[in-house]
Design a binder for this molecule. Sequence first.
Ligand SMILES: NC(=O)c1ccc[n+]([C@@H]2O[C@H](COP(=O)([O-])OP(=O)(O)OC[C@H]3O[C@@H](n4cnc5c(N)ncnc54)[C@H](O)[C@@H]3O)[C@@H](O)[C@H]2O)c1
Length: 339
Amino acid sequence: MKAKKVKVGIIGLGWPGREHLKGYVAAKEAELVAVCDKNEKLLAEQADTYKIPERYTDHKEMLARADIEAVSVCLPNFLHKPISADVLNAGKHAFCEKPPTLNAREAAELAALSRKKRKLLLYAFVQRFSPEAQYVRRLVDRGELGEVYFGKAGYIRTRGIPIGAGGWFVDKKRAGGGALIDIGVHPLDCVWWLMGSPKPVSVLGRAYQKFRHAVRKDITFDVDDSAFAMIRFENDATLMLECSWALFRESRGIREIAGTKGGVNLSPLSVLSERDGVMLTTTPQLKKANAFEGEVRHFCRCVLGQEKPIPTAEQGVTLMKMLDAVYQSSQTGKEVRIR
Ligand SMILES: NC(=O)c1ccc[n+]([C@@H]2O[C@H](COP(=O)([O-])OP(=O)(O)OC[C@H]3O[C@@H](n4cnc5c(N)ncnc54)[C@H](O)[C@@H]3O)[C@@H](O)[C@H]2O)c1
């Protein structure tokens, strides 16, 4: 018998949308039947290259197709909430790019809609699907690191302020925030997940804008270009977060966790442990795998009922609460409690 494939559509064909596209084309669980982008040239180019039968410039027309079961939403941040809601309201499962939404209120509304419509809502936290993160999560689940009580998450760019189509990345109304919500969210999510997604209870943070001069004057730029925070959790664990679009520091990713029996650095991967009073560093050699393909295959398997969602709608709400709290703490100068 032929294995069932999920009929999928994609809205938004920027860089991440095209990574979803290649992932679906490669996935044996998916049949990519339609793509949508309001940029007609890009739409035609991608649909022709990958021989996708249906193409749309209006997402509502695409969502009217009864056969589509699941949709990737790869649009600017301010469209995540309304267009993911359109997807769920059309009776389809949604796979939305990061950050989940502009703030925690929007994420909570979307999570409620997903429950009401009984349709899946997953967020595309691609770092969870890297071979390194999957491997480390297995170590944590087997208790090999003991009680994990420290995490460090970072994404440092020396220079790299994104503008996006129409400058939306640096406009608070359309992006929700700057470096923190754009790139800080990636390692924050990954490290938090590796720590077992503990419940956050308080945040002390500071967001800065020091590189206004690096962006054209006619572009609205009212967001942070770096941010730093300390997050404490109900289980007494602590996570330190640092991120920048522009900073006088070397560009790098930081993902580390430490427990009572061992610690891990994911970038590059090394595992620290102790045996007979001797410190051991191991450097596991993992098979390479495309994390975008991994995440879209996981989404399809969830739709097929073969797997349970790894990045859930509820986790999206908690994550947005942490980000909101960093911005609030930065404004008030005080530690912010999270409920
Ligand atoms: N997972 C990752 O590593 C990663 C990397 C980059 C961006 N992102 C996220 O992906 C999202 C999109 O980012 P981007 O860099 O592609 O942005 P972008 O501005 O470059 O492109 C978005 C695309 O969506 C299209 N579009 C905009 N409004 C539309 C609408 N109403 N209907 C149909 N098409 C529409 C645009 O024409 C464009 O092609 C953002 O939320 C961003 O945070 C994720």
